[in-house]
Ligand binder design. Structure first.
Ligand SMILES: [Zn+2]
Length: 437
């Protein structure tokens, strides 16, 4: 990112942080009015400046001048990842430059590669909303913290980010040796707040338990990046002796869900508009389970309206009954992806963040990584005409960066992905027969 972009985002952030700390005190009615206004502006912008929506609205005869509030959202068809993948360029606004743009890559539940423009306003809103959620978990800017996630460092040593007072361990390099060193380091510097992938933090604790080493315990933990099962939450809370908060978001910025300090999950509804639908795309009421559909309010550079995220959520019967008093609806459960882990000969376990390694390959519709031996994996890819030798080379290069040089890797072009014995299509499948937490 360019220096000027960083300055621009920082300036926006300085106004958005106070906004998010104010809006959490709004009444549900005031929040609803805000959402309706944001949706109206966004839909009108999309109909005017975004080629995909200009064409779509013409085809379905939808006049954005008649869009008044959320009730009109159902006139817009739900957007699937495959439509976005095959029409990416058409989603970029004609005037996208005006909003400040930078490319981001991501992939969905089944590894569908996407290129996204996340504009400056979205980045600033994302960080501000995230900082507020972290604040619910006891974090404030500058608090001494430790993070265990994919940082792409060259080694498994703990790095220090001075500006954020944050110690960092690359989860891709986490094996027993790196883990024991990191624990000794954390015992010296004593961070008060931990964040990272649930599985990485559990693995770290496991190393300490195996060696009988005492661990410094933080005041609280936020986890993200993987589905937090009840079992993992219980384990983390008992081992680290503190409360664990779950934070859910995605690169497309179409949704955000966060645990509050009263043990409830909330849709972050001043950041995005969340809908839950059944299999026929009918919007469901409170208390129902269905697919999560999200619309970011702020991404004018590349707006996605009613984006099907690929995860399922269960809404609460009484959406505003949380004692924290915030105007955001309660989510009972996120039924997200479940994956196995890829194991390397030197004892690393690598989780679903590997999805990003296939992101940049042209022509990959869906993908899946299967480990059948300790030093061998194969990558199943469902492809279209634009897949070529270079796509394969891109996948290999990015994948090797994560798993190291020892692993043998094959790419298999398939017509459909493999399923587990339980009939699930997982992005990461292990046939080694090991049990993971
Ligand atoms: Zn709450």
């Amino acid at each position: 990112m360019q220096f000027l972009d960083t300055i621009n985002i920082a300036l926006k952030l300085s106004t958005r942080i106070p906004f998010y700390f104010r809006s959490q005190k709004w009444s549900p009615k005031r929040l609803e009015n805000y959402q309706d206004l944001m949706l109206q502006r966004l839909v009108r912008h999309a109909g005017k400046n975004v080629p995909y929506y200009r064409n779509l609205f013409k085809t379905i005869g939808f006049d954005t001048g008649t869009f008044m509030n959320r009730g009109d959202m159902k006139k817009i068809p739900i957007l699937d990842k495959e439509t976005l993948r095959t029409h990416q360029e058409e989603f970029i606004a004609d005037n996208a430059d005006k909003y400040g743009i930078s490319w981001d890559t991501t992939s969905g539940t089944t590894g569908t590669p996407l290129k996204m423009i996340i504009d400056h306003s979205t980045r600033a809103n994302y960080y501000a909303a995230l900082l507020r959620s972290y604040n619910w978990a006891g974090y404030f800017f500058g608090k001494k913290s430790f993070g265990a996630k994919s940082y792409f460092f060259k080694t498994g040593k703990v790095h220090f980010k001075r500006l954020l007072n944050n110690y960092r361990l690359d989860s891709n390099k986490l094996n027993e040796k790196a883990g024991i060193e990191a624990i000794a380091f954390l015992n010296r510097v004593k961070p008060k707040f931990y964040h990272g992938y649930p599985f990485s933090l559990l693995t770290l604790a496991q190393f300490a338990l195996n060696k009988g080493i005492a661990m410094h315990l933080p005041d609280s933990i936020i986890v993200y990046g993987e589905t937090l099962s009840d079992r993992r939450r219980e384990l983390l809370e008992s081992i680290y002796g503190c409360k664990v908060f779950d934070f859910y978001s995605l690169h497309e910025c179409s949704a955000m869900i966060s645990d509050c300090n009263n043990n409830k999950k909330h849709f972050i509804e001043d950041f995005a508009f969340h809908e839950v639908v059944d299999n026929e795309d009918n919007v469901l009421d409170n208390g129902c389970e269905g697919q999560l559909i999200g619309t970011s309010f702020y991404n004018y550079g590349m707006p996605l309206l009613r984006y099907r995220i690929g995860d399922t959520v269960v809404m609460d019967d009484n959406p505003f009954q949380c004692k924290c008093g915030r105007p955001f609806r309660i989510v009972n459960k996120i039924i997200g992806r479940q994956n196995d882990y890829i194991e390397t000969a030197d004892g690393k376990l690598i989780g679903n963040v590997l999805e990003h390694t296939i992101d940049n390959a042209n022509g990959v519709i869906m993908s899946q990584i299967v480990q059948d031996r300790m030093n061998h994996v194969y990558i199943n890819v469902v492809i279209d005409d634009s897949f070529n030798d270079n796509s394969g080379a891109q996948i290999m290069k990015a994948f090797r960066k994560r798993v190291g040089d020892e692993m043998e890797i094959d790419i298999k072009v398939v017509t459909e992905l493999e399923k587990t014995a339980a009939g699930k299509t997982q992005f990461l499948m292990s046939k080694l027969g090991h049990k993971y937490i």
